[in-house]
Every structure is written in structure tokens, then in C-alpha cells.
Design a protein around this ligand. Structure first.
Ligand code: CMC
Length: 387
């Protein structure tokens, strides 16, 4: 006898269905409020750094100077990747997507640092340190190697965001560029139960190692409805080309039932608070670098897009202004989502730590809608559409 299925109310995309109890971050989508461990995102962006933010997300409190010093030192001492990981990256096709390269390299990293004892606090700490430290090195290595350039080894004496830009260009960046990137990392570090975090938590709930958790989350982040939108926004802006074409382009796109990339959010019904900060950062950087054309265009798209979509509660999200910023930093557009990943690795790992502390295997139900009791028809008697 099969057990009858209980029909719970089905919510497509699990909208409004809580999947965990968490104290890592909080969003109020009507008020446009985001907090990390209770601290507003605008405060974090104004006063914190990415490594301090990561510490807060992972361990629940703002670090003391000693705690932050040790955490930062541990990260800067674990930035190098094994030459075999570099060799693996060299073997990947140069026209492949950087998120796939990152996912492959992170999965391979786990083979060098076995972390099956996920409840061991030492394993937890060093896995977190290694992942936060090495993900930027992998991204920068693929950015250079696929162009035929040598990879640049990380520097221990340079801060996280500066070191990443250094590994891309072999130059320690201007402080305003490094600060802008660091702010982007703070803003992308965590965002409650989004698709990639959920994906990572499902993997975590099987007690798989943290490298597999991050590899799962990376595959999910890549999609254009999630982190992949950053790259799509810039393609959309390039397709529009000039401010004069904005209205016609948007009207045509919406009439064809295509979405505006970088607009809309499952939770926010007002402009994403991260987009507000990113727009200001992008404006500041564009003025410093004298490169505001893409940003001017993005702001015009926001103005017209808001006019066309406001009634549906659709406004710019975090991905809308990040592309313009990364472009000013000289990062290739197909790498934009990897920058998101470089930040979100801290949020994913914070959820990993929270999940395994009180773990229950994710094993949801489904509402079966297929037939029952069908006969097995031997292959020589099957006729398509008749059986
Ligand atoms: N442009 C035009 N219409 C939109 C958009 C958009 N960007 N987003 C939602 N809509 C419309 C959609 O067509 C639908 O209209 P109708 O009810 O008439 O059929 C309605 O709004 C509801 O849309 P939905 O896709 O069912 O809603 P959702 O909660 O699943 O959407 C979303 C969330 C992020 C998938 C969606 O807004 C979207 O596809 N946006 C574009 C991609 C994007 O920017 N993604 C980044 C999301 S934020 C950061 C991140 O997660 O990485």
C-alpha cells in the first residue's frame, strides 16, 4: 500500500515558504531594509571592510582588533593555490564561462583539503579561511590565463580587494578603486535565503564538505535570474547603445514579454537598498576615472524602466549598477558574476556553519500528478502515443 500524499499548499518557487531559522541577515522588502546580524547594510558599507563583514556574518559578532588581525592574516597567508589547480585552470577552454571554471576549481580544491569532519571546529575554520582566500586567486588566474598571460601570485601584504585587482593587472590599484570593489564585496556578501544559498544549504544538509557546498551554490548563482543578471545588464546596456534609444528599446522589450535585466526581486518591492549604495559608488568612481558613459545610460534606463514598471513593484536590484562598476575596474563582463561569488562565499559559508550546527537533511515533498498502476509494455509491442 502506498502512503497517501498529504496535499500541502503548493508554492511555486517556494515563495514565502521558510526553509530555515537564521540569524545571519534580515530583509524587509517593503521598507527596503537589509541587515547583517542586525546591522544596517548602509552602516556596513560606510564603515566596514569585506573581511570584517565576513567575520561578522560567519561568527555572529563584530571582531575585536585582535580577532580581525588574526582572521585577516590567516586569509592573506592562504591566498596561494597549488600549481596543479593553476594547471587545471590552464586546461580549461578559454571561451568557457568563468563561473564554470570557478566551480570546477573550487570542487578540485576540496580534493586537496579533505574536510569530511564538518563538525570539527578546526576543519570549519580553515575551510572558511581557505575558500575566502583562494576564490579570488582562482578568478584572477583564469582572467589572465585565458588571454595567454601568466597568472600573478597573490601578495600577503596587500588587503583583500587591492590584492584581487593586483592579481588582475600586476599593479596595486588606486585606493579609491580598491575601496569601491571592497564596498561591492560587502554589499554582495549575504542576502538571506536566496537561490544559491538554498542550493548550498541543501548540499550542506547531506553533511557534504564545504567545497561541495560552495561548488553547488556557484552553479546556482550563475543563472541569469540570479547572479548572472550582472553580466546580462551590461549586454542590455550595450545593445541599447545610447540614451536616445532607451525608451523605444525598453517598450519593445517589455511588449515582447522579455524582462529588464537588473530589475525586479522576489522580496524587494522598492529599490534594492544595495542598488542605491552601488549607484553612488559607481557615480563616485566614474567621476574619478572620467568614465561615466555606461553609468549615464544605466541611470536613463532606470528612469524610464521605473516609469514603465513601477506599478508592478519592479525596481532596480543589486545587479543593476554592479556591471557598470566592474567595467570601470577593467574586469571582463563574463567575469562579473565571479565577483558576486567572491563576496557571497562568506554568506554561503555562514549558512553552512548555521545549518550543520542543528542539521536536518533537506528532503521536501512533491505533489505527484502522474498516473498510477500502468502496465509495463514489452518493447516489441510499444506504439508511440498508444500505450
Ligand atoms: N522586467 C520586466 N518584468 C518583470 C521583471 C523584469 N525584470 N521582473 C518581474 N517582472 C514581471 C513578470 O513578467 C511578471 O509579470 P506578470 O505577472 O504580468 O506575468 C511579474 O513581474 C512577476 O515576475 P516573476 O518572474 O514571476 O517574479 P519573481 O518573484 O519570480 O521574480 C526575478 C524575481 C528576480 C526572477 C525577476 O524579477 C527577474 O527575472 N528579474 C530579471 C533578472 C534579474 O535581474 N535577476 C537578479 C535578481 S536580484 C539579485 C540576485 O538574485 O542575483
Amino acid at each position: 500500500m502506498t502512503k497517501p500524499t498529504t496535499l500541502h499548499e503548493f508554492s511555486p518557487g517556494l515563495a514565502d515558504v521558510p526553509a530555515a531559522r537564521s540569524s545571519i541577515s534580515y530583509v524587509d522588502g517593503q521598507a527596503g531594509l537589509l541587515e547583517y546580524r542586525g546591522i544596517r547594510i548602509a552602516e556596513m558599507a560606510a564603515h566596514s571592510t569585506f573581511l570584517e563583514t565576513s567575520f561578522l556574518l560567519l561568527f555572529g559578532h563584530l571582531p575585536t582588533p585582535d580577532e580581525l588581525h588574526r582572521f585577516s592574516q590567516d586569509i592573506s597567508h592562504h591566498r596561494r593555490i597549488k600549481y596543479r589547480i593553476t594547471d587545471l585552470i590552464k586546461c580549461l577552454p578559454e571561451q568557457g564561462h568563468p563561473m564554470d571554471a570557478l566551480q570546477a576549481a573550487v570542487a578540485a580544491l576540496g580534493m586537496y583539503y579533505p574536510a569530511r569532519q564538518v563538525l570539527d571546529p578546526e576543519i570549519q575554520y580553515w575551510s572558511v579561511v581557505r575558500l575566502i582566500a583562494k576564490v579570488p586567486t582562482i578568478i584572477a588566474a583564469y582572467h589572465r590565463l585565458r588571454r595567454g598571460d601568466h597568472e600573478i601570485h597573490p601578495r600577503d601584504d596587500v588587503y583583500h580587494a587591492s590584492n584581487f585587482l593586483y592579481m588582475l593587472t600586476e599593479k596595486v590599484p588606486h585606493p579609491s578603486l580598491a575601496k569601491a570593489l571592497d564596498t561591492c564585496l560587502i554589499l554582495h556578501a549575504e542576502h538571506t535565503m536566496n537561490a544559491s544559498t538554498f542550493s548550498g544549504m541543501v548540499t550542506a544538509s547531506t553533511l557534504a564538505d564545504p567545497y561541495s557546498v560552495v561548488a553547488s551554490a556557484l552553479g546556482t548563482l550563475k543563472g541569469p535570474l540570479h547572479g548572472g543578471a550582472t553580466e546580462e545588464v551590461v549586454h542590455m546596456l550595450e545593445e541599447i547603445g545610447s540614451r536616445e534609444r532607451v525608451r523605444t528599446y525598453l517598450e519593445k522589450r517589455l511588449a515582447a514579454k522579455h524582462k529588464l535585466m537588473g530589475f525586479g526581486h522576489r522580496i524587494y518591492k522598492v529599490k534594492d537598498p544595495r542598488a542605491i549604495i552601488l549607484q553612488k559608488v559607481a557615480r563616485g568612481l566614474a567621476e574619478d576615472c572620467g568614465a561615466s558613459t555606461l553609468l549615464d545610460l544605466a541611470e536613463e534606463v532606470e528612469r524610464v524602466g521605473e516609469e514603465l514598471l513601477r506599478d508592478k513593484g519592479i525596481h532596480p536590484n543589486v545587479d543593476f549598477y554592479s556591471g557598470a562598476l566592474y567595467k570601470t575596474m577593467g574586469i571582463d563582463p563574463d567575469f562579473f558574476t565571479t565577483i558576486f561569488a567572491m563576496a557571497r562565499v562568506s554568506g554561503w559559508l555562514a549558512h553552512w556553519l548555521e545549518q550543520i550546527k542543528d542539521n536536518k537533511l533537506f528532503r521536501p515533498d512533491q505533489i505527484y500528478e502522474g498516473p498510477h498502476g500502468r502496465a509495463y509494455v514489452p518493447i516489441d509491442r510499444r506504439v508511440r502515443g498508444v500505450e
